[in-house]
Design a protein around this ligand. Structure first.
Ligand SMILES: [Zn+2]
Length: 259
């Protein structure tokens, strides 16, 4: 089976990740790459830098522990049935079909093909960070979704200067796509569909992380000051919880942790 692997190399001076290809069955490989749809998905995903930015974020901020070899983290985009975290291999696996499925869903919602592609990329990014949360939880089941939601939101909001805006866009894109259940990935969409309360939780974290910055991004409410106070407290709790949960996994010079 041919798959594209974007893998973290051991820490070396310049190269922090490499794109490589592995082929263990030529016949399968031929069949896979004959699909123009998947070839397009591969090109668009590579150009979006969603995976390479994620790998760099992990590389810059995380170290390996006995339980979790994050310095060997791999993201594989290939032929799986559904997205999942392979805890034993420290690997996040996303099917190309997941991306093409997201494009189809957003094509029903967006006016232009370009917009549908952008939203599909946001959907994949949301899922990639979510899977990292499942890796941290060492559990792919829906029972660990609260942890996955917390870890992924904290990492994106705190890890990037525009993380709040991006996470808002990602969660919205994922929530919309998951409403349009379709195809073989229906199980994943269904299990992970973002209910309104969950979306509100994410938006509250974003607002609480930088209230002045994000007050225009989120819809006005009747009591904005009360909401802001509440969301600041919610963000501070998330930040504290995540720093405790991930303390052993984060590099000593990482800005994610207050030492
Ligand atoms: Zn999940």
């Amino acid at each position: 089976m041919l798959c594209q692997i974007i893998c973290k190399s051991a820490r070396v001076a310049v190269v922090t990740f490499a794109v490589s290809y592995c082929a263990t069955a030529t016949a399968d490989a031929t069949a896979i790459w004959q699909s123009t749809e998947e070839a397009l998905a591969k090109t668009v995903l590579e150009q979006s830098n969603v995976v390479s930015d994620f790998i760099k974020l992990i590389d810059d901020n995380f170290i390996s522990t006995t339980d979790l070899r994050l310095e060997e983290l791999k993201v594989t985009i290939g032929n799986d049935r559904v997205p999942h975290a392979n805890v034993d291999a420290t690997e996040l696996r996303l099917p190309y079909r997941y991306f093409t499925n997201a494009i189809q869903s957003h094509a029903e919602l967006e006016e232009s093909r370009e917009a549908a592609l952008e939203r599909a990329i946001d959907t994949v990014e949301f899922t990639l960070y979510h899977l990292f949360g499942h890796l941290i939880a060492s559990d792919n089941s829906a029972d660990s979704d609260d942890i996955a939601e917390s870890v992924s939101s904290w990492l994106m909001i705190k890890g990037f200067s525009n993380g709040g805006e991006q996470w808002f866009s990602n969660a919205l894109a994922f929530g919309r796509a998951s409403q349009l259940l379709d195809g073989p990935l229906e199980d994943y969409w269904h299990e992970h569909s973002l209910y309104k309360s969950r979306q509100n939780t994410i938006n509250c974290w974003i607002l609480g992380s930088a209230p002045k910055r994000y007050s225009n991004l989120l819809k006005p409410v009747l009591e904005p000051e009360k909401r802001t106070r509440h969301c600041i407290a919610e963000w501070n709790k998330l930040d504290s919880d995540m720093q405790t949960l991930l303390r052993d996994n984060v590099r000593s010079d990482s800005s994610l942790i207050t030492r």
